[in-house]
Design a protein around this ligand. Structure first.
Ligand SMILES: Nc1nc2c(ncn2[C@@H]2O[C@H](COP(=O)(O)OP(=O)(O)OP(=O)(O)O)[C@@H](O)[C@H]2O)c(=O)[nH]1
Ligand SMILES: [Mg+2]
Length: 578
């Protein structure tokens, strides 16, 4: 039930006081008999009978925040969600009303993941996302919630424009660490495609949490345009006058301040307290063996002393963080359900800016909200030829039809009397190419589905090729990842970080389309994901203790090789799922 109908319903009860009024109109003799006291009691009764429903309506309006009121209540999920809340909880008694508001606020804050107190209008998505998402089956642990609140306090104390930040900045110029540092930092360099950036940033944030550092984000071309501030009061954006900012593009494996290159050249003095004021960590997919020592405990003890760590990476390096013994205990407290790292950190960090939120909500309301069921199909073809490619189209059909994600069609085209209210299935296709969704759409237009369902196929954009430098291009890409995450089921493409973001935010274990070889449709065409976690595409295979090569995908039950990339690593929920 929406607010308007709720108010309508309550107001219709206003006829009740009128009824009572007429019933209680007393004859002059009666009123005389009861005297002035009786008159007063009657007035009080009448006044309260009239006032109570009005007060109730106002209290409901006040309890529902202004942003909710201005929200379009047009989409089915929102309505359904509201109806549930209202019918069960919008209360007749104060206890009911209390439980409604606390439960609602808990949902709105994603089970405590988010903190209240942000300006809602400045970033509508932050507090409205719960209206579009199903309630997550995965709850953040109370420990994660408390660590996030502690982090927010640290960020307030050490973030840009604080005294602590200013004095830390002075140390950069001094070349070496001087005295003890109140606040230490990780600076994340904006690098690579949007999906990679989001995975890299989430990994870097986890690292800052584990090392009690403060995360500062290089704004690159469009970080500010795409994402709201995730931390209260102090920005997460690196101030533009940060002294090393001009060197970010040129930082690489060979840079003099690159930790790996310093190790290689034997210029890191581990024996003294004289550690550098900053180090560059090269964790990009092309990194070398020395850079990979970042994932060793001894190196972490040294890095812990360095005030400024500047990180460039295009990878989701969380799985290898799970293999560093000194982080083990903290990680198991933060994430008792192991395969939920990106799900929680992604939902905590990534809130679309108002412009992107407009793209998401308008599209959702127009094409997805009315469906009984929705399926996301993320088609990323790593092939330079223009699509659609036949073997890929065949693969999409084989996967979705075999797994009954989509209904078969009746190719005989025999006339079947249409059902009056058929089930509506919405398929959201994201792809750089429009051909796959056109084929699918035509199939369900030209032939009836065997199940009697009707299938709508929608694709928000087809950018043809990657154009990361264009502002609107990445806004669309972000909106599409988010829209995919709102679907009920998901099919993703192997190797695609775009798909990983969608599955993680959505809390969905997708069907992964197997990467085709030699222009042939793979058999099986798709496989179920073990967990919703992204895959680390370039993990180290090194045992820090024995200093030998090792299969890092076979060390612990919860870090395994990925379904879509045999050498990649991913965090999985448990051994049983393999
Ligand atoms: N709008 C839109 N853009 C896409 C789509 N697929 C890829 N792109 C664009 O291409 C970029 C690809 O980078 P990622 O987001 O990392 O996705 P990916 O699938 O891992 O691709 P690579 O990084 O190139 O291997 C995205 O950031 C988008 O800019 C799509 O389905 N829709
Ligand atoms: Mg990518």
């Amino acid at each position: 039930m929406d607010l308007k109908s709720l108010i309508r319903r309550r107001l219709s009860h206003e006829s009740l006081p009128h009824k009572l009024l007429s019933q209680s109109q007393l004859s002059p003799s009666q009123s005389k008999r009861f005297g002035s006291d009786a008159m007063t009691i009657t007035k009080i009764l009448l006044a309260s009978v009239v006032a109570l429903p009005i007060l109730f309506v106002f209290s409901v309006i006040i309890r529902i925040s202004p942003s909710d009121r201005t929200l379009g209540f047009a989409d089915a999920r929102v309505l359904e969600h509201r109806a549930q809340l209202n019918s069960t909880r919008l209360g007749l008694d104060s206890a009911g009303a209390f439980s409604h508001s606390t439960e609602k606020s808990n949902e709105k804050l994603l089970g405590g993941l988010l903190t209240s107190g942000f300006d809602e209008a400045a970033c509508a998505s932050r507090y409205q996302s719960f209206l579009y998402r199903k309630i997550s089956a995965y709850k953040p642990s109370p420990y994660l919630v408390s660590r996030l609140r502690n982090y927010e306090d640290l960020h307030k104390r050490c973030g840009p424009a604080t005294q602590a930040y200013k004095s830390a900045l002075e140390k950069i110029h001094s070349g070496h660490k001087l005295g003890s540092m109140d606040c230490k930092y990780v600076v994340w360099i904006s690098y690579s495609g949007l999906g990679n950036r989001m995975l890299a940033l989430a990994s870097t944030f986890l690292y800052t949490l584990l090392t009690n550092r403060v995360l500062l984000v290089d704004r690159g071309n469009d970080m500010e345009d795409l994402f709201c501030e995730p931390f209260p009061e102090k920005s997460w954006l690196l101030p533009t006058n940060f002294p090393l900012i001009d060197q970010f593009n040129s930082f690489d494996q060979k840079s003099p301040h690159c930790y790996g290159s310093m190790l290689k050249n034997n210029v890191v003095d581990t024996s003294t307290e004289s550690v550098p004021s900053y180090l560059y960590l090269h964790l990009v997919h092309d990194y070398g063996d020395h850079d990979k020592l970042f994932f060793c405990d001894d190196d972490q003890s040294l890095l812990a002393k360095v005030p400024w760590l500047i990180v460039k990476t295009d990878n989701y390096f969380v799985p290898s963080i799970f293999l560093i013994p000194s982080f083990e205990e903290e990680l198991s407290k933060l994430f008792p359900e192991k395969g939920t790292v990106f799900h929680h950190l992604g939902r905590y960090l990534f809130h679309p800016t108002n412009h992107v939120w407009g793209l998401i909500t308008r599209y959702y309301k127009t094409y997805l909200s009315k469906a009984d069921e929705s399926l996301g199909l993320q088609i990323r073809v790593f092939d330079t030829r223009p699509g659609p490619l036949k073997h890929v189209m065949d693969q999409i059909l084989a996967c979705t039809l075999n797994q009954k994600l989509l209904p078969e069609v009746d190719m005989q085209d025999s006339f079947v009397m249409p059902i009056e209210n058929p089930k509506l299935k919405a398929v959201l296709v994201t792809s750089l190419n429009s051909g796959y969704s056109e084929n699918l759409r035509n199939m369900y237009w030209e032939y009836p589905a065997m199940t009697g369902e009707v299938v709508g196929v929608y694709q928000p954009s087809h950018e043809e090729y990657q154009q990361s430098e264009k502002q609107m291009h990445n806004r669309r890409a972000w909106a599409e990842m988010y829209l995919l995450s709102l679907t009920d089921g998901l099919v993703t493409s192997s190797w695609s970080t775009f798909g990983y973001v969608a599955q993680g935010l959505g809390g969905l274990k997708p069907w992964i389309l197997v990467k085709p070889e030699n222009d042939t449709t793979p058999d099986p065409p798709c496989r179920p994901a073990m967990s919703m976690e992204p895959c680390f595409h370039a993990p180290p295979f090194y045992d820090c203790k024995t200093k030998r090569g090792i299969d890092t995908g076979a060390l612990v039950p919860h870090v395994r090789h990925c379904e879509d990339m045999s050498w990649g690593l991913k965090v999985v929920d448990g051994y049983d799922e393999l």
